[in-house]
Design a protein around this ligand. Structure first.
Ligand code: MG
Length: 159
């Protein structure tokens, strides 16, 4: 058995009148990410980490924002697609770990539901998904509440 790791990162600007969706979960807030899809930074970073570990390119290759098919798309669909791709390559997800960076709102209370949604999309137990949140201490665009970002790492094993 061999092990492979992948890294993913994403950032979206925040704007009024957009739904705040993180990890597939809609969270009540007065702003949400701008984007062609639902702008789910956590799902996008995770997707890139999984594709990276598989050596299968990146989210932009698989879901180009020039394709109307993905306009307003629920990003959990990207993860479902990544899961199929891993399956075809005989790769299993051992673990994913992620950190979401935003000033507000607090994400901790939402993590159990997010892990459940992500686990469903990826076909793995929620125990294999680790989520963390940080603020940016008021520094830069994320700190001013103008954007949110996420980093993710995925560990795969080949079978
Ligand atoms: Mg994105």
């Amino acid at each position: 058995m061999s092990t492979r790791c992948g890294i993913g990162y994403d950032l979206h600007r925040l704007a009024e009148g957009r739904k705040l969706i993180i990890g597939g979960l809609e969270i009540p807030f007065d702003k949400g990410p701008m984007g062609h899809s639902d702008g789910d930074v956590l799902a996008h970073a995770l997707c890139d980490a999984l594709l990276g570990a598989a050596g299968a390119g990146d989210i932009g290759t698989h879901f180009p924002d020039s394709d109307p098919k993905w306009k307003g798309a629920a990003s959990l669909r990207f993860l479902e697609h990544a899961r199929k791709l891993l399956d075809e390559r005989h790769l299993s997800i051992e673990h994913v770990d992620a950190v979401v960076i935003l000033e507000r709102p607090k994400l901790g209370p939402h993590f159990p539901k997010m892990r459940e949604l992500l686990a469903g999309a990826l076909g793995i137990p929620a125990e294999k998904i680790s989520l963390k949140a940080k603020t940016n201490e008021g520094v830069d665009a994320v700190g001013r509440g103008e954007a949110l970002a996420a980093h993710a790492v995925a560990t795969l094993s080949s079978r």
